[in-house]
Design a protein around this ligand. Structure first.
Ligand SMILES: NC(=O)c1ccc[n+]([C@@H]2O[C@H](COP(=O)([O-])OP(=O)(O)OC[C@H]3O[C@@H](n4cnc5c(N)ncnc54)[C@H](O)[C@@H]3O)[C@@H](O)[C@H]2O)c1
Length: 238
């Protein structure tokens, strides 16, 4: 499938997506970033011939960018994290404009498989009071939001199975060095600990997932969460 994309935000993630896109038949025709030599902000010219915008910026810029992308009637993939409180407002706007938006706090296929594992594991552990669940996450020192969006999704999955409030679950956060992303869900008892760990080796897993999401949203209208559409996007789980 040939597709033209605009990268909004050309930091670590924008660059990782760019490096994988061309080999996937996806053309990066616009790079928008205050530090970019092509476009500093979203303009009419920067949106010309763009099929899908992929946005990885900051929680402070993301909402304004989504509104601008909507005003140019483009479908979009949103990878920025830390804007969850605006979800209802944005969802309404996307439906009103009859466009397509897909978002995820983590586009990695491995992490989306981890969500499934944690869902079934916590369903099992919720029946055994001896085990207490917890989450540990670690990222590089520049990451702005804490806990990570992925850790929040893991809490939401576990709390549904345990039928307890999200705030009742313990999350430990580390921000140091250049760590691309570690998430661990543990179940601890007085006898032992069971750990499920995902460690990203680099950013390519997130970038590959964002490109899968771009192919998915190109001809779709509606507001989608990558986690809910995951099986369709990867072509089913066998
Ligand atoms: N969903 C996922 O799978 C996933 C994976 C990794 C990171 N993230 C999230 O993606 C976001 C970006 O991560 P990163 O590691 O690339 O950060 P980064 O700091 O390396 O890059 C962010 C870039 O956005 C640019 N920017 C800021 N405001 C802008 C604006 N208004 N318009 C255009 N560009 C703007 C900055 O100049 C910078 O180059 C963060 O919120 C991070 O948590 C999500």
């Amino acid at each position: 499938m040939s597709m033209n994309i605009a990268l909004i935000g050309y930091g670590k993630m924008g660059k990782a997506i760019h490096s994988l896109a061309e080999s996937d038949g996806i053309h990066v025709i616009s790079i928008i970033d205050p530090k970019s030599s092509q476009y500093k902000t979203i303009t009419e010219e920067s949106m010309k011939n763009v099929d899908v915008c992929i946005e990885f910026t900051t929680p402070e810029s993301c909402i304004d960018n989504i509104k601008k992308i909507l005003s140019y009637k483009k479908h979009m993939v949103i990878g920025t994290t830390g804007w969850e409180r605006h979800l209802p407002e944005i969802k309404e706007e996307v439906h009103k404009q009859n466009l397509g938006l897909i978002y995820a706090s983590n586009f990695s296929v491995g992490v989306n498989l981890l969500y499934r594992i944690v869902e079934s594991t916590s369903q099992l552990f919720a029946q055994v009071t001896a085990y207490d669940p917890y989450i540990i996450e670690a990222h590089h020192k520049h990451k702005k939001d804490a806990p990570s969006g992925t850790a929040k999704e893991l809490i939401s999955i576990i709390s549904k199975q345990y039928k307890r409030k999200e705030k009742d679950f313990s999350v430990a956060v580390t921000r140091a060095g250049a760590i691309p992303g570690v998430h661990e869900v543990g179940f601890d008892s007085s006898f032992d600990t069971i750990r499920i760990n995902h460690t990203a080796r680099n950013r390519n897993g997130f970038a590959a997932g964002a490109l899968l999401a771009a192919k998915f949203i190109k001809d779709k209208k509606g507001f989608f969460h990558f986690r809910d559409e995951f099986e369709k996007i990867i072509g089913g789980l066998q």
